[in-house]
Design a protein around this ligand. Sequence first.
Ligand code: ASP
Length: 325
Amino acid sequence: MISRRSFITTSSLAIAGIGLSKHGFSSNPIQNNKFPIVISTWNHGLPANEAAWKILSKGGYSLDAVEAGVRVPEGDPKVITVGYGGIPDSEGKVTLDACIMDEKGRAGSVTYLQHIKHPISVARLVMEKTPHVMLSGKGAFEFARKNGFKKEKLLTPERKAAWKKWKKGKKKFSNEINIENHDTIGMLAIDKDGRMSGACTTSGMGYKMPGRVGDSPIIGAGLFVDGEIGGAAATGSGELVMKTLGTFLVVELMRNGMSPSRACEEAVKRIVKKIPDYEKYQIGYIALNKSGEYGSFCIQPGFNFAVKTEDKTDLEDAEAWLKKL
Ligand code: ASP
């Protein structure tokens, strides 16, 4: 039986005329010393990468590219796991988390942000205009409003109907694997001048408990960039990533000489060793080192990511721990 994700992937690729990489797994990193390059999580990474590429291909700054890139799924109501049209919490509120980092190690983040369509742009302003790294909830919203962001309704009629159905079924929140209820976009890019930036944005786990914040806006959990070494982004059950500070770990492993793929695998292994019921969850990591080599790893088969360089536009499958066993 074809899964929802592979169906979407296959059909959207067919429409776009894009080929799946023959070698498949990202454990075969390219030797790419030619920049720019952009990689991002899941199949919604394909159109996001295109938006980033418009900036990167003209010699633009990677920070502008990752912001523009992830704004695409943020603004697309068909992407139900990021931004506008995202799945709400158990009370029907859409609450958004996002963070951004540049090559100098500057960082900005927003958590539990409501009514603002593009949390990544607010996170960038936190980084650029405040002495802080993270703003949350009402404070983040007021900061956004003061900086000209419109107050908008983020819950679409489709998501409202689905939430009402969910509520009727009196389902409990669970952060166990469920391909329908999570899919953050994390993006990493290196521009023509070798500057790396990263962005991560999400509506979080579907039907989460009110007030819940996941890994995505946490620097070192959902995203980490060290311009001297490389960057990493995470998707999946955020609680597991937070408990192991996953993307910081991936970057530190690369600092100690591991390839991006091996570093992602080690970070997944850390979860496998520490979390007894890890098989119920999905985590996917992507990583990019400063030479432009990239890699990924996940717990469950089914995690993919998009890659764009001058020579390729690909959607690649990550190697999975449970497939290796
Ligand atoms: N990591 C996100 C969270 O826990 C979910 C996802 O990746 O979709 O909020």
